[in-house]
Design a protein around this ligand. Structure first.
Ligand code: IPE
Ligand code: IPE
Ligand code: MG
Length: 233
């Protein structure tokens, strides 16, 4: 079983458009899909689920869609924390919070604090997240804490400052919506992750599709640079 699954939840807008509905309808349906996938991960005893909700590039979208997405995020945080408490889910939010409203920043802090002692699934939502931002911010914070490292530092020095330092690297990466790219998601952390792409839109993704992606993952031989014969040793 993968310990950590990371998902780019893509295809909401095109899914809605195909149904003659506004893009935001797709985002609403996307929340339902996420709820089902969280439940499935919980049942499968997956340790970590990380989902890309809003990228640092998504600010370039039309203003009304950005406003809707921010509102949806606020609303979901409000309504779902109770469910997370019931299901023993620990919530983490990664990304740059500086452009969020003060209301959203406060709600993020309180949702994280409330769920911090939960011991079940660790759910991470990446919002205003970018892989470049993550690596740059980590480097800056590391150097601030330890200026002597400016002369040279290692991966181990940097690791604690990356935004997912509390989790193992993802074992399985899933992207829905048909595109086969990383779109500035967890660049550092995906170094050896198994990649799985599906043409299904995110609102069409659920328990069965998650199982299918895990089955595909279980067929892979993860060699981490070694050769096959070394793995059985
Ligand atoms: C992913 O779906 C959700 C977000 C980026 C917030 P999209 O909104 O990118 O949907 P498509 O790719 O345009 O269909
Ligand atoms: C990636 O989806 C970000 C999220 C799913 C939040 P996009 O739809 O924004 O990605 P690109 O721009 O098409 O690569
Ligand atoms: Mg998209």
């Amino acid at each position: 079983m993968p310990q950590h699954i990371a998902i780019i939840m893509d295809g909401n807008g095109r899914w809605a458009k195909k149904r003659m509905m506004p893009r935001i309808y797709g985002h609403k349906k996307g929340v339902d899909a996420l709820r089902e996938v969280i439940r499935a991960c919980d049942e499968l005893k997956i340790g970590y689920l990380t989902v890309f909700a809003f990228s640092s590039e998504n600010w370039r979208r039309p203003a009304d869609e950005v406003t809707f997405l921010m509102g949806l995020f606020l609303q979901v945080l409000h309504s779902e924390v109770e469910r997370m408490m019931r299901n023993n889910i620990r919530l983490k939010i990664i990304g740059d919070r500086s452009k969020f409203s003060s209301e959203l920043v406060a709600l993020i802090a309180s949702a994280e604090a409330q769920t911090s002692a939960n011991t079940g699934l660790c759910l991470t939502i990446a919002a205003d997240y970018g892989g470049h931002w993550d690596i740059l911010t980590a480097t800056q914070q590391m150097l601030k804490a330890n200026p002597a490292l400016a002369a040279g530092f290692s991966e181990t020095d940097l690791q604690p400052y990356l935004s997912m330092s509390y989790a193992p690297d993802p074992d399985l990466f899933i992207r829905t919506g048909g595109e086969q790219r990383i779109s500035n998601f967890l660049l550092w952390q995906l170094a050896y992750t198994e990649l799985y792409f599906t043409d299904l839109a995110w609102p069409e993704f659920g328990r069965a599709q998650l199982r299918e992606s895990i089955a595909s993952f279980q067929q892979r031989e993860r060699r981490f640079g070694r050769i096959s014969e070394q793995l059985s040793e």
